[in-house]
Design a protein around this ligand. Structure first.
Ligand SMILES: NC(=O)c1ccc[n+]([C@@H]2O[C@H](COP(=O)([O-])OP(=O)(O)OC[C@H]3O[C@@H](n4cnc5c(N)ncnc54)[C@H](O)[C@@H]3O)[C@@H](O)[C@H]2O)c1
Length: 437
C-alpha cells in the first residue's frame, strides 16, 4: 500500500518504519525541517532500540522516504496516518492545533478514496470533528478512522510489530478491512484486531492510560504509607500480586510517572469527565499524587542534608524511563531543578538522554559519559531511572568515589541487606531506610 505518516516523532517514525518493513511504500512527513534533513542523511533524531537499523534497511530498499512537503507527501497515499503531537494546552486539555493544521493542508490533495487515520492520542469526538472538517474542505465524504497507538517508548518496535491488540474505530466496515490488511503481518500470533466506533476507540486509549497511571499512583501512595510504618512495599507487593485479580504488572513504586503521555492524557481525561458532567476527582487525585511523588526523593535529600548549598549530588538516570532518550516530564528534572534552586551542584549520567538534558540546562548540570565518573566528589548518589546498567554496580567503587556513602534510590534497585553490609546509608521508596554506621 501507499502510506503517508504525518509527524515523524516517536510514534510516527516507528509507524512509518514498521509499515515500510512489511513491504508498503511509506512517506514520512514532518514540518521540522532539521529532523527531516537528519533522517535523509541516515541519522535518527531519537533513541529507540532497533529503530536506526530498521529505518536504514528500508531507506536502502527505497520503501521509506522523508519530506517536509505535506501536499506532495499525501498526494499518492491510500492511507494517511496523523501522528503529530497533541500536547497539553494551558487549560490541561489536549492541544489539537497540529491535527487541524494538517487536516486543512492535506484536504485539497487527498486521493478521492484515501483514508485519514488518527494515530495521535485525541479526545473523544475528535475523529467526528475531523470527518466534518475534511468534508467541508473537500466537498465530499472522507473516511476517517481512529487507530490509537499503544506502543511503549523503549520497546516501541516490539510493541508495534507484536501488538497485544490493534484497535480501530470506523464508521464503515470496508475501512476496517483496509486497515486490517495493513496490520495483518503484525497479527500472525492471533492477537486481536478490534473494530469499534471512533468514539470507543478514542476512549480506549485514554482509559488504558488512565488505568495505568492510576496503578502507579496507587502503589506509590501505598509505598508512602509503608515507609511511615517501617513496612516494606516489596513484601506487600508480593502479598497482593499472587492474587490473580491483582497481579504484579505495573505496580512498581517509584518517583512518579513522566513522559509525553500519562501526565497529559490523565489531565485531558479530567477535561473529558468535566465535559460529560462527571466528577473527575479520581483522576485529579491520580495526577496530584503523581506530582507529589516526584518530590519524594528531593524531600529525602533535603531532610538528610538539611542544607543543600555546597553539596554535590550525583544523579543516575535522566530519561523518564529506561531505553529512551525522552525527558518530557521526567521526574529527574524535578529533582535537578530543586537541587539547583537549593544551591547544590548536580553531576549526572544517563546512557541516552544527556544530549536532551544538555539542551535544557546547558552548563548548569555537569554531565558524565560514565556513571562512575559522575560520583567523584559527590556527597550522595540519587537514582531516578532504572536503566539495567545501574542494577548491579560495583558498590566498592561507589563507596570509594562518593564523599559520603549515601544513596537515594527512587527505583528500589538494591537489596536492603546488601546495602547494610556494604555500609551505605540507603533511602528507597516504601522500604525502611538503611542507616549503616
Ligand atoms: N510517545 C509515545 O510513547 C506515544 C505512545 C502512544 C501514543 N502517543 C501519541 O502519539 C502522538 C505523537 O506522539 P510522539 O511522542 O510521537 O510526539 P513527538 O513530539 O515525538 O512527534 C510529533 C511530531 O509531529 C511533528 N509535527 C507537529 N506539528 C506538525 C505539523 N503541523 N505538520 C507536520 N508535522 C508536525 C513534530 O515536528 C514532531 O516531529 C501524540 O498524540 C501522543 O500522545 C505517543
Amino acid at each position: 500500500m501507499n502510506v503517508a505518516v504525518v509527524g515523524t516523532g516517536y510514534v510516527g517514525l516507528v509507524t512509518g518504519a514498521c509499515f515500510s518493513d512489511t513491504g508498503n511504500h511509506v512517506t514520512c512527513i514532518d514540518n521540522h525541517a532539521k529532523k527531516i534533513e537528519m533522517l535523509r542523511q541516515g541519522h535518527i533524531p531519537i533513541y529507540e532500540p532497533g529503530l536506526a537499523e530498521l529505518v536504514r534497511r528500508n531507506v536502502t530498499s527505497g520503501r521509506i522516504e522523508f519530506t517536509t512537503d505535506l501536499p506532495a507527501g499525501v498526494r499518492q497515499a491510500e492511507i494517511v496516518f496523523l501522528a503529530v503531537g497533541t500536547p497539553q494546552s494551558a487549560d490541561g486539555s489536549a492541544d489539537l492545533s497540529a491535527i487541524w493544521a494538517v487536516a486543512d493542508e492535506i484536504a485539497p490533495h487527498l486521493q478521492p478514496d484515501a483514508i485519514v487515520v488518527t494515530k495521535s492520542t485525541v479526545p473523544v469526538g475528535t475523529n467526528e470533528k475531523l470527518r466534518e472538517r475534511l468534508q467541508k474542505r473537500t466537498g465530499r465524504d472522507v473516511d476517517v478512522a481512529s487507530n490509537p497507538e499503544f506502543l511503549k517508548e523503549g520497546a516501541a518496535i516490539e510493541d508495534f510489530t507484536r501488538p497485544d491488540r490493534v484497535v480501530v474505530g470506523v464508521r464503515r466496515a470496508a475501512v476496517a478491512e483496509q486497515l486490517h490488511k495493513l496490520y495483518k503481518p503484525f497479527l500472525r500470533t492471533d492477537h486481536p484486531f478490534l473494530v469499534m466506533s471512533p468514539e470507543s476507540a478514542e476512549l480506549t486509549k485514554y482509559v488504558a492510560n488512565a488505568l495505568l497511571a492510576t496503578k502507579i499512583s496507587f502503589i506509590n501512595q501505598m509505598a508512602n504509607v509503608c515507609e511511615y510504618f517501617r513496612a516494606d512495599i516489596n513484601d506487600v507487593r508480593r502479598g497482593i500480586g499472587h492474587d490473580r485479580r491483582i497481579g504484579f504488572a505495573f505496580l512498581f513504586p517509584g518517583v512518579g510517572y513522566g513522559g509525553s503521555c500519562f501526565p497529559k492524557d490523565v489531565r485531558a481525561m479530567v477535561g473529558t469527565f468535566q465535559e460529560a458532567g462527571i466528577d473527575p476527582r479520581l483522576l485529579e487525585s491520580v495526577d496530584w499524587v503523581n506530582e507529589r511523588q516526584k518530590d519524594v526523593i528531593p524531600q529525602k535529600i533535603r531532610e538528610h542534608f538539611g542544607e543543600l548549598r555546597g553539596k554535590t549530588i550525583a544523579v543516575w538516570g535522566l530519561a523518564f524511563k529506561p531505553k529512551t532518550d525522552d525527558i518530557r516530564e521526567a521526574p529527574a528534572l524535578v529533582l535537578i531543578d530543586q537541587l539547583l534552586q537549593g544551591g547544590a551542584r548536580v553531576q549526572a549520567h544517563d546512557p541516552e538522554a544527556m544530549p536532551n538534558v544538555k539542551q535544557l540546562y546547558g552548563d548548569r548540570v555537569a554531565l558524565f559519559q560514565k556513571p562512575m565518573e559522575a560520583l567523584d566528589q559527590a556527597d550522595a548518589l540519587a537514582i531516578m531511572t532504572e536503566w539495567s546498567e545501574f542494577r548491579t554496580p560495583d558498590f566498592r567503587q561507589i563507596a570509594r568515589r562518593l564523599r559520603q556513602k549515601v544513596i537515594f534510590d527512587g527505583r528500589n534497585l538494591y537489596d536492603l541487606d546488601a546495602m547494610h553490609e556494604a555500609g551505605f546509608v540507603y533511602y528507597s521508596i516504601g522500604r525502611p531506610t538503611v542507616k549503616s554506621t
